[in-house]
Structures are given as structure tokens and as C-alpha cells.
Ligand binder design. Structure first.
Ligand SMILES: Cc1cc2nc3c(=O)[nH]c(=O)nc-3n(C[C@H](O)[C@H](O)[C@H](O)COP(=O)(O)OP(=O)(O)OC[C@H]3O[C@@H](n4cnc5c(N)ncnc54)[C@H](O)[C@@H]3O)c2cc1C
Length: 492
């Protein structure tokens, strides 16, 4: 008889695992707390505008292609390569840098700032490439059954990379570049992991290789939410049911087995196998009531920063902007301290502006533009009160207007803001941390909450706070790792 699977959470990790399973003959149903699928990869439709709420581009497109092949489908969305990857503007200079994948075009912009930039970036990326190829298949795309298994695997990584383990991202970058502009631009990718270049391991400089050389970044035609719509359509074709507005709050155990999960209306949900896409650390604490994952214990872990996100509809076109724009503050070096925990600082290390309507005209009414701002901020441990959100968003709007040389305030006809409070409430993200658990050395691999449950043999996890980590391609890899766990269990 076919085995039944209950997937808790319709984020990208849950949706992708569900599709892998239903295609292999499991009977799958999904329950989701939110009113629609996607989790952080979500969408707001308001005042005639369409906004992506979280991710705005992805790397490692080959992971999506492999996912489609594994599920015997054509990838249900179209993606477009970004080149330039994005633009970067410094607060104290009118110059805007374009991050071209063509190294000659990229280097040209540094010719008066960083001598021999072309030679340095080449050397830097070569090292990043070696790190990527020596670790990705061996460490990132693997399930580990025990700590020993993990450590033995790490011992197989080429020992020439050992010194990098003991360095921070910024230290690695500083070995190759001398100018502040080159250092900041090359380090920016460390922020994409939800921390700063000053507290992110140099191992992650492999991300520089993924952005510039290996595969680059991609947009999705029609907006990032097309990924969710596409996978949901495939699931519906396979008769998977998705029940929204349903949050799992509790569980029932019988004879050492997880018998059922209980939702907010006391309804019990049962299945042979449970795949949890809710945050793997939060779920173990909040729902399974494990002491090791109590709120106090979770607070002691390292989390990625919170995000303040703002979705603006303006009644004019903004030719001064690009599709993906980074605006850096002038306080980059202050982030070497713990300033990102400081709630009083209005100036942020950077904010990112995505102009979705630039290439997706139907995401804004004619003559209008749909803007999405992302700004890293302290999580709710450090800044629990967001009553000043209007003051903060006004300061960002003012800075943005100055940088592009046009006051956009009078043109705003739609405004929605999510603080870490909203991110926490909507998707159960611990203290509103945007990307989940950080990727410090003691929180990755076998140290991360595992994708199999400690107590219940039929419970598995997928998503950002289990292996391998945060980001859309990682969620797709995570779905493969969780799928492999389920298959192994089901075949026993
Ligand atoms: C502002 C922002 C920008 C980002 N930008 C990028 C980017 O450009 N590129 C990129 O690759 N990544 C980006 N990311 C990261 C990316 O969004 C995440 O890594 C990824 O979407 C996480 O997917 P997931 O399936 O692990 O979790 P989630 O998306 O969090 O999905 C988990 C789901 O479980 C549901 N849930 C939780 N608890 C329960 C419960 N008890 N019962 C029922 N349901 C529950 C939640 O509502 C949610 O829908 C960004 C994230 C944010 C916040």
C-alpha cells in the first residue's frame, strides 16, 4: 500500500520535497500556516502592484534543473541570467559600480582605485573556485548519519584549504584587495548569508565564485513567485492537497511514536511519514516541546540578521534605477563590531532595491514602478520594539531619493512594510531572523539541526535551518537530502 506523507509548511523546501515524493508514489498532503504557499518566497498583490516578498534572484540554476529532471517534469518557470549581476552605489560618491561577469568590463571600473584589479580578482576567484569544487559535492550535498561520519568527510577535503577555515570573509578578501571600494564590493556577498563579512567564515568566499564565474544569478520571468505557482501547479496535477491557514501547535505521542500533529483548531493530522518544513529548530522547541530547543536555548544560538522589507508602488517610472541595486552606507567598517545588534543606529550597512517592474511590466500599472527594499536590521532579541518603523523607512526613502536624484515620496501610492515582527508572525521565524540559523562552523553540517528527528523515526526536516542551509538552491538541495532520508526509512 502506498505510504502517506504529511508535509508541514509550504515553503520552497516543503513544496519541492512534496513533489519529489508524490512522483515516487507516496500519497502526499501539505498543511500551511499562511494563507498561501511559498513561505518566505511569497508575493503581495496590492493597489494594482505585484511584489515578491523575499528572494529576488537565485544562484546555482543547475540545482533547479536537476530537481526538474528528478521529478520528470519540465522546469515550471523561466529564468533569465543577470549580467550585470547588480549595481553598487557608495553613500559618499556619485559613482555606481556594475558587477559584470565579464572580468575586463568589471576591472575597467576599478582602474583608478585598485591597481591590477584584473589580476587580483582572477587570483581571488581561482581560490574561491577551488574551495567550491572541493566542498560542494563532498560536504554540502550530503547527508551525514553521525558526527563521526561528518568529521571523516571533512578530513577528505583537500588540506590546502585548512588556513581558510581560520579566517573571516573580510580577512580573505583583504589579502587580495587594498582599496576600500573593492573590499566592500567583493565582501557584499557575505551579507547574502545573513551575517556580516566580519563574522562569516572565509570558507564562504566560494560564493564569490558562484556569483561571478560558475553560474551567476538568475531572475524569474514574471517575478520570483512564478517558482511557487509552477511547483504548486505540478503538485495539484498529482492530486496533492494543500490546506492553508492551518498551524501545527502540538503533537500526540503513543508508545514512543509520533501518532499525530494537532493544529490550532485541535484537529489531529496523521500520516505514516511527516516532513517538517517549518524551521527545524523552532518546530522542535515550539511544537515538540524539546528543552534543547526552548526559546531560551534558541536565543543562545547564532541567528542570521532580521530584515526590514518595504514594498512601494510609485506612480512614475524610475529610469535612474537598475533592476537590482545595492546602496551601501558609509559605516561598513563599524560592522566589524557588533553594531548590527544596535537598535539605535538608523544607518544600515546597505539596503537593496529591486525594481520588479523593470523587466516585468505587468507587475505595476502603466507608467508606474514596483519597488522592493530589503534592509538588514537587528533581530527581535536586540530590537523587540518596531514602533519607529515609519521613521526608519522614511530615512531609507529619503536616502534613496538623494542617491537617484529624485524625490520619490510624493509618488508613493502603495506602501507595505514588514519588520522582523511580521516575519516572525507570518512564518514562525525565530525572533524574525530572515534566513534562519547562521552558518557558523558550529552550526553547519552535523552540527546543524539534523534532517531526521532525534526521537521519532518517521519524522524528517527540510529547509533553511536544517542541512545544508539558507537560500533557494540550498532549499532544493535540502529537499533532495530529506527525500533520500524518507526513501531509506520507507524501504526498511
Ligand atoms: C527578505 C529576504 C530576502 C531573501 N532573498 C533571497 C534571495 O535573493 N535569494 C535566495 O536564494 N534566497 C533569499 N532568501 C532566503 C530564502 O527566502 C529562504 O532561504 C527560503 O525561501 C527558505 O525556504 P524554506 O522552505 O526553508 O522555509 P520557509 O520559506 O520559511 O517555509 C516554511 C513554511 O512553513 C510554514 N510554517 C511554519 N511553522 C508552521 C507550523 N507550525 N504549521 C504549519 N506551517 C508552518 C511557514 O508559514 C512557511 O510557509 C531571502 C529571504 C528573505 C527573508
Amino acid at each position: 500500500m502506498e505510504k502517506t506523507v504529511l508535509v508541514v509548511g509550504a515553503g520552497i523546501g516543503g513544496l519541492a520535497t512534496a513533489l519529489r515524493l508524490v512522483k515516487k508514489g507516496y500519497k502526499v498532503q501539505i498543511i500551511e500556516k499562511h494563507k498561501q504557499a511559498g513561505g518566505r518566497l511569497n508575493q503581495i498583490k496590492k493597489d494594482g502592484f505585484t511584489f515578491d516578498t523575499g528572494p529576488s534572484f537565485f544562484s546555482m540554476s543547475f540545482e533547479f534543473e536537476e530537481f526538474a529532471r528528478d521529478c520528470s517534469i519540465k522546469l515550471p518557470f523561466e529564468y533569465v541570467e543577470l549580467d550585470p549581476l547588480y549595481s553598487v552605489n557608495f553613500g559618499n560618491s556619485p559613482k555606481t559600480f556594475f558587477l559584470y561577469k565579464d572580468m575586463a568590463k568589471l576591472s575597467e571600473q576599478f582602474k583608478d582605485i585598485e591597481p591590477d584589479f584584473d589580476i587580483k580578482i582572477d587570483k581571488y576567484l581561482k581560490k574561491c573556485g577551488e574551495l567550491f569544487h572541493d566542498t560542494v559535492d563532498l560536504v554540502i550535498k550530503q547527508n551525514f548519519d553521525s558526527m563521526l561520519d561528518y568529521i571523516l568527510t571533512l578530513m577528505r577535503v583537500n588540506p590546502k584549504h585548512l588556513p581558510v577555515l581560520f579566517r573571516k570573509f573580510n580577512e580573505q578578501v583583504n589579502r587580495y584587495f587594498t582599496s576600500s571600494e573593492a573590499r566592500q564590493i567583493v565582501s557584499l556577498v557575505a551579507f547574502f548569508l545573513g551575517r556580516t563579512p566580519f563574522d562569516t567564515s572565509a570558507v564562504y568566499s566560494l560564493l564569490s565564485y558562484t556569483e561571478f564565474k560558475h553560474d551567476g544569478y538568475y531572475n524569474v520571468s514574471g517575478g520570483m513567485y512564478k517558482i511557487v505557482e509552477g511547483i504548486v501547479a505540478e503538485l495539484l496535477k498529482e492530486n496533492v492537497t494543500i490546506t492553508y491557514n492551518t498551524e501545527i501547535m502540538d503533537f500526540v505521542e503513543k508508545n514512543g511514536k509520533l501518532e499525530s500533529l494537532t493544529d490550532q483548531n485541535q484537529k489531529k493530522w496523521t500520516a505514516d511519514i511527516i516532513v517538517v518544513n517549518a524551521d527545524a529548530a523552532v518546530f522542535r522547541g515550539k511544537v515538540l516541546k524539546r528543552k534543547a530547543f526552548s526559546v531560551e536555548q534558541l536565543d543562545k544560538k547564532e541567528w542570521t540578521m532580521g530584515y526590514l522589507t518595504m514594498y512601494l508602488g510609485v506612480n512614475c517610472k524610475l529610469p535612474e534605477t537598475n533592476h537590482h541595486n545595492y546602496f551601501l552606507g558609509s559605516n561598513f567598517d563599524e560592522y566589524a563590531g557588533d553594531i548590527y545588534k544596535n537598535p539605535d543606529k538608523l544607518q544600515k550597512p546597505y539596503y537593496y532595491v529591486n525594481v520588479l517592474s523593470k523587466h516585468n511590466l505587468d507587475c505595476a500599472p502603466e507608467g508606474c514602478e514596483s519597488l522592493f527594499f530589503v534592509c538588514p536590521v537587528p533581530d527581535l532579541r536586540y530590537k523587540p520594539n518596531w514602533d519607529d518603523k515609519d521613521e526608519i523607512t522614511d530615512s531609507i526613502i529619503e536616502d534613496f531619493s538623494k542617491r537617484i536624484g529624485r524625490d520619490i515620496k510624493p509618488a508613493i501610492i502603495s506602501k507595505t512594510v514588514y519588520t522582523p515582527v511580521d516575519w516572525q508572525q507570518q512564518f514562525n521565524l525565530h525572533r524574525g531572523s530572515g534566513l534562519g540559523l547562521s552558518h557558523s562552523m558550529l552550526q553547519i553540517g552535523a552540527f546543524r539541526p539534523q534532517n531526521f528527528d532525534e526521537n521519532y523515526k518517521n519524522v524528517f526536516y527540510v529547509g533553511a535551518s536544517t542541512v545544508p542551509g539558507a537560500g533557494l538552491p540550498m532549499a532544493i538541495i535540502s529537499s533532495k537530502l530529506a527525500f533520500e532520508r524518507v526513501e531509506k526509512f520507507a524501504k526498511k
